[in-house]
Write a protein that binds this ligand. Structure first.
Ligand SMILES: [Zn+2]
Length: 432
């Protein structure tokens, strides 16, 4: 039996209401005790004095690119980036080559992540075959082969009839449906948020209405058909207003997330034609960011994600309107949350951690995200006061495209523990 003792850390475990200095004893991959002043001996002892100990973070939306685009990221490099950010579980999007619309791709991802034995990776299957929006995937086959949810993320299912059937099947198969909300006829050639800044820069914009309309469509169909709807990467005031109303009405099971860049930054980042600021949904104007923060405070938004989207350099070293969409984020998500929400006093650290651990676990229906006795010992240990500057030099992802490059962030993972084993210490990978 291997044992690990984490001493004197400030333990924040929102699911159990713990926010105090405690020790944690881990044995055989499970949490055995969470108490002050433990005197147990252990094979390994971590002195967490001055550090903050939390459940390992759960990221519900990442793009790991394997199979198909291993030049951008692999399940291995993506896992390293996750570990460096205190993330112990990640939900992998299906926009791969081939698309995860069948049993073989789902089983490959599960097998490869088991071989790697770094973090917990949960694959999703696509709603439609090839993510082409025309024919439903074999949703029951996806579910039985291990997909945790269905989504066409990267694109939206435009046809309401197809989406209706998808909700009906998702209900029958009891699988979460995650929607990327975008109305193609409004997005057209848009490369950033449509507004004053896009006009100044002379770039084609994507109006907020593209997202608002798709969010409302998804809510209406979820209310009509049942099933569980999770709305990915919300970025507009219209989206969160609609979600708030739908939650109050209570006619469907609806949850929602925001990717951390969308509460932190605005479309001003696109000035200078910085292609790392190009992403979908686009960084919005300040009024939308304010509405998103209000929706975080009143829990209209349940969870924070990264939408981690690695690219090779040539795909970003392009004119803005030609560059690829997306930013990496796994290594910076905790720091962004801490810097832009906790430090300015918008929310407590406990609430922020909850939206990155206990809440995503609830939405996904997985037994993770807490430090309860008997739970899997997935644990992150942060220095919440550590200032650091993300750069291509200190990034473990293959993708060097990060919108937070060069910005000072506060808070950094010092240790990341998965299944009771230390996989990462700040500055090194310890894949034991
Ligand atoms: Zn998306």
């Amino acid at each position: 039996m291997t044992t690990l003792l984490i001493k004197n850390g400030h333990v924040i475990d929102p699911a159990n209401g713990i926010d105090d200095v405690h020790d944690i004893l881990v044995a055989d991959g499970k949490i055995q005790k969470v108490e002050a002043g433990l005197n147990d001996t252990a094979d390994e002892v971590i002195d967490a004095s001055g550090l903050t100990v939390t459940p390992g973070l759960i990221d519900m939306q990442v793009h790991f690119r394997e199979p198909g685009r291993e030049d951008r990221e692999t399940l291995e490099t993506g896992s390293w980036a996750a570990l460096a950010g205190g993330v112990t579980s990640a939900v992998a999007m299906p926009n791969l080559k081939p698309v995860a619309d069948n049993q073989t791709v789902i089983e490959f991802i599960i097998k490869r992540s088991n071989e790697l034995d770094l973090i917990n990776i949960y694959p999703t299957g696509s709603i439609t075959t090839g993510q082409e929006g025309a024919t439903l995937s074999e949703i029951n086959e996806l579910k039985t082969s291990g997909a945790i949810a269905i989504t066409d993320d990267g694109v939206d299912v435009q046809d309401e009839g197809i989406l209706r059937r998808a909700f009906e099947y998702s209900k029958t198969c009891d699988i979460l449906l995650m929607s990327h909300c975008e109305t193609n006829t409004l997005t057209e050639d848009g490369v950033m948020h449509e507004g004053w800044v896009s006009t100044q820069l002379g770039l084609a914009g994507t109006p907020a209405a593209s997202e608002d309309l798709a969010v409302q469509k998804n809510i209406l169909l979820a209310e009509m058909c049942g099933g569980r709807l999770h709305l990915l990467h919300n970025s507009t005031s219209g989206a969160v207003d609609a979600i708030r109303r739908a939650k109050q009405a209570g006619k469907a099971t609806i949850t929602a997330e925001v990717s951390v860049q969308h509460f932190a930054l605005t479309d001003e980042e696109c000035k200078g034609y910085n292609t790392n600021a190009k992403m979908y949904p686009p960084l919005r104007s300040q009024d939308h960011v304010d509405a998103i923060i209000a929706a975080i405070k009143d829990d209209t938004i349940d969870a924070f994600t990264t939408d981690h989207a690695p690219h090779i350099e040539p795909d970003k070293l392009q004119p803005f309107d030609k560059a690829a969409f997306g930013s990496t984020g796994l290594q910076t998500s905790f720091a962004v949350m801490n810097t832009y929400l906790v430090k300015p006093g918008h929310i407590s650290l406990s609430k922020g951690i909850s939206k990155m651990s206990a809440e995503p676990a609830k939405i996904l229906g997985i037994d993770k995200g807490t430090l309860s006795v008997g739970a899997d010992a997935d644990i992150a240990i942060f220095d919440i006061n550590k200032d650091w500057v993300p750069s291509n030099e200190n990034r473990l992802s293959k993708g060097k495209n990060c919108i937070f490059n060069g910005k000072t962030l506060t808070g950094q993972a010092q240790y990341t523990i998965v299944g009771g084993r230390v996989k990462f210490k700040q500055g090194q990978i310890v894949a034991s």
